[in-house]
Design a protein around this ligand. Structure first.
Ligand SMILES: [Zn+2]
Length: 243
């Protein structure tokens, strides 16, 4: 782990509870991970009758770039306040996979890739590398049940999940109008197909199968973490303003 990632890890709640940014009582515990860690979320109120966006960080626990974006977003808009910076309502889940985050690994406590465990029609138990282990069956992991419950109960009109790999805006479902706004300031390629199959992914579950516009935003892996939020902040706000 490089120094910056270590600092970030310690600055986040699961690394150092004394500095917990989620210690405010208004954070909601929406479920538990396989390793029995809290998964927390918070609602930022929009204009009356507004649409709803869901922002998720850290589905992959070692993709610190996306978690860093969520951390900064939370610091600016969700600490001790609960009003959306745009018209739409926003629900934030900064660290969806606390087990992986604490261990700086992709999967959860059971080593399951949570972006391969959703109960999609194309779910498969075949995997090419250990890091893509999809679990023993669809929805074998408690985190997956939490995601399904959030989608079912909250009923988001738009989802962004923040990851890091090769920079790209991966769209699933009717998300292209959002991606086209997003890329104006982010300058990233919009792709429907990332080049290999992703059965059991959130994009397939929410985007293709439930027609909820879903963007998997891949920041560049390994960039200076301090550069992430200044790079993406306005692009994300502009994108949310589409709702
Ligand atoms: Zn990822």
């Amino acid at each position: 782990m490089n120094v910056e990632n270590k600092i970030l890890k310690e600055s986040l709640p699961y690394g150092n509870t004394q500095n917990a940014i989620f210690s405010n009582s208004d954070w909601e515990i929406i479920g538990k991970s396989a390793g029995n860690k809290d998964i927390t979320g918070k609602r930022l109120n929009g204009k009356p009758e507004s649409k709803k966006a869901l922002l998720i960080g850290g589905v992959h626990g070692n993709e610190t770039e996306g978690i860093r974006f969520m951390e900064e977003f939370v610091r600016e808009f969700a600490l001790n306040k609960s009003v959306s910076p745009v018209d739409c309502e926003i629900y934030v889940i900064p660290v969806f996979n606390p087990d992986g985050f604490l261990k700086f690994q992709r999967g959860n406590e059971n080593g399951v890739d949570l972006n391969r465990n959703m109960p999609t029609k194309d779910w498969s138990d075949i995997y090419t590398e250990q890091k893509y282990f999809p679990g023993s069956r669809p929805c074998s992991e408690p985190e997956t049940s939490v995601m399904m419950k959030v989608i079912n109960d909250y009923r988001p009109d738009f989802i962004i999940s923040f990851h890091s790999w090769k920079p790209m805006i991966n769209i699933n479902g009717p998300a292209r109008p959002f991606a086209e706004v997003m890329t104006k300031k982010l300058n990233m390629e919009i792709v429907e197909d990332i080049g290999y199959p992703t059965p059991g992914s959130l994009g397939t579950y929410a985007g293709w199968e439930r027609k909820i516009p879903t963007i998997t935003l891949e920041f560049e892996r390994g960039v200076v973490l301090d550069s992430i939020y200044p790079l993406a902040r306005d692009a994300i706000l502009d994108t949310l303003a589409v709702l």
